[in-house]
Design a protein around this ligand. Structure first.
Ligand SMILES: NC(=O)c1ccc[n+]([C@@H]2O[C@H](COP(=O)([O-])OP(=O)(O)OC[C@H]3O[C@@H](n4cnc5c(N)ncnc54)[C@H](OP(=O)(O)O)[C@@H]3O)[C@@H](O)[C@H]2O)c1
Length: 455
């Protein structure tokens, strides 16, 4: 305790001395903000609201000295002085008085180059950029370790929900075996709306685009890539292993139909885009895919733009994190939390306190995944004996059917829905193959895993 307190006083005293300030004054720490859109404006707003509190907690007074944007003449959600705004990144990166850079531009370039330049210039970096951390996190973190500066990115996954810090710090006494959750707000909004209204995917997507919940080009969200990038970031930290985007098996939600949503309800489940990763004796499996979740499972109740993550540690047991996964102030909440951590580290002269924690390269199983129950929807010729043939194929593969629903679709065609008992992925693939050769089968429309009940 004493050592820590003394260290704090010494660190601050040294900082004040180097800046020619007296005991009792609060030293300004100049911050450069890259980008002032949804998240950047939230950061400006929350920083203003919390300035005194941050100074009280850290002994340092954060000041947003410069804000980089593309168009300095554009109206902003927050008022900034003409002197604060710039479209020249070097006014931030090249300014030795700016000690902390917050990146809220998004995308890969110029964000990557600007962050690397800032690190090389000895600046601490905070970013909300999941795409960048998922693809270039290792390069950025290595550069930060080399320069002995902090790089923090709590806002990159789950908006306001603390996920990175609990995995990186609070839970490090555990071997984490599973992380599992809903980490993309757009797809969760679309699936929640499809469940509530019975509408089809394309109609709900159109509405989500009109309301601004989905991008004009929605592919990164609806094809599961955004969730896969976030799962890559979380898995690297949870499993202490370098995980690449290519390690995640990804299926998006475009093929989920109103029929599937209807049957899911009949089966006492809801469909969610589930991101899940596991570590089984040092072998990792990572999936993003639409999944039927039993209605008694807490994840079934995570609706609209909310996110949630389950974490299972060998000592902690099961934990669930839940909250707003996006939005201006929720995301700024995570960014400002990182700012406070950086300022604490600065005030105690302990930058780079928490290192990467990635100290292994665990093998990834790209094929299997654990045995799971599966939902299959198929259209068949509406003829006597067809169902018997389907049942025979499952019987021959020694996979029992937990539930079977059969409905006539139109003249001559019927829809058969089967939920299997737990089946290994390879055996399911063999069953689908054999079903495909059945003359009376028109199409296997959908195949999705079914999650076990509440944890
Ligand atoms: N939105 C969310 O709820 C949310 C949640 C979690 C994480 N994130 C992440 O946060 C980051 C920012 O997202 P956002 O929604 O705030 O984006 P945004 O609203 O599009 O804002 C981007 C900002 O960056 C500026 N900018 C873009 N390209 C630039 C360039 N080449 N040079 C200088 N400035 C440039 C833009 O300037 P102008 O204003 O002049 O165009 C704008 O101010 C992304 O990485 C995103 O994934 C967002």
């Amino acid at each position: 305790m004493d050592d820590g307190a003394a260290g704090t006083r010494d660190g601050r005293a040294a900082l004040r001395e180097s800046h020619g300030e007296d005991e009792g004054t609060h030293m300004d720490v100049n911050i450069g903000l890259l980008g002032c859109g949804t998240v950047g404006a939230g950061v400006v707003e929350l920083m203003r609201r919390r300035a005194d509190k941050i100074t009280g907690m850290t002994g340092l007074r954060p000041t947003i000295a410069r804000v980089l944007v593309r168009d300095v003449g554009k109206p902003r959600a927050v008022v900034l002085s003409a002197g604060q705004l710039t479209n020249d990144p070097q006014e931030i990166i090249g300014d030795p008085d700016i000690r902390v850079v917050i990146e809220t531009i998004g995308g890969i370039e110029p964000a990557r180059s600007l962050i690397l330049q800032a690190i090389r210039a000895g600046k601490h970096v905070i970013t909300a950029n999941k795409d960048l951390i998922a693809l270039h996190g290792a390069e950025i973190i290595a550069a930060a370790e080399g320069a002995r500066v902090d790089v923090l990115y709590e806002a990159a996954v789950g908006g306001a929900i603390p996920l990175i810090r609990p995995l990186r710090e609070s839970l490090t006494a555990n071997d984490i075996t599973d992380i599992k959750g809903i980490i993309n707000g757009t797809t969760n909004y679309i699936l929640s709306k499809m469940t509530a209204t019975g509408a089809d995917f394309s109609a709900v997507l159109r509405e989500a685009q009109e309301l601004g919940y989905a991008e004009a080009d929605p592919s990164s969200d609806v094809d599961g890539l955004d969730a896969a990038r976030k799962l890559t970031i979380l898995s690297s930290i949870a499993f202490h292993s370098a995980v690449n985007l290519a390690d995640v098996q990804v299926t998006g939600i475009r093929a989920v139909t109103a029929r599937d949503v209807y049957y899911a309800r009949e089966l006492g489940t809801v469909i969610k885009l589930l991101a899940a990763a596991s570590d089984r004796d040092g072998e990792l499996t990572l999936h993003v895919r639409p999944t039927l979740i039993p209605q008694d499972h807490p994840l079934a109740h995570v609706s609209d733009a909310y996110n949630a993550l389950y974490v299972r540690g060998d000592a902690s047991g099961d934990l669930m994190f839940f909250g707003r996964g996006a939005g201006s102030l929720p995301t700024a909440s995570a960014v400002i939390g990182d700012v406070i951590e950086v300022l604490r580290n600065v005030s105690q002269s302990v930058p780079g306190r928490v290192r990467t924690l990635v100290h292994s390269h665990k093998p990834v199983n790209h094929n299997a995944g654990e045995p799971a129950r599966h939902y299959l929807r198929m259209t068949v010729a509406d003829r006597p004996g067809v169902f018997g043939q389907i049942a025979g194929i499952f019987g021959d593969a020694e996979v029992s059917m937990e539930t079977v629903l059969q409905k006539r679709v139109d003249e001559g065609r019927a829809e058969v829905v089967v939920v299997t008992h737990e089946v290994p992925a390879a055996r399911l693939a063999a069953i689908l193959d054999t079903l495909g050769g059945l003359p009376d089968l028109a199409r296997i429309e959908t195949s999705m895993p079914v999650e076990r009940g509440a944890y």
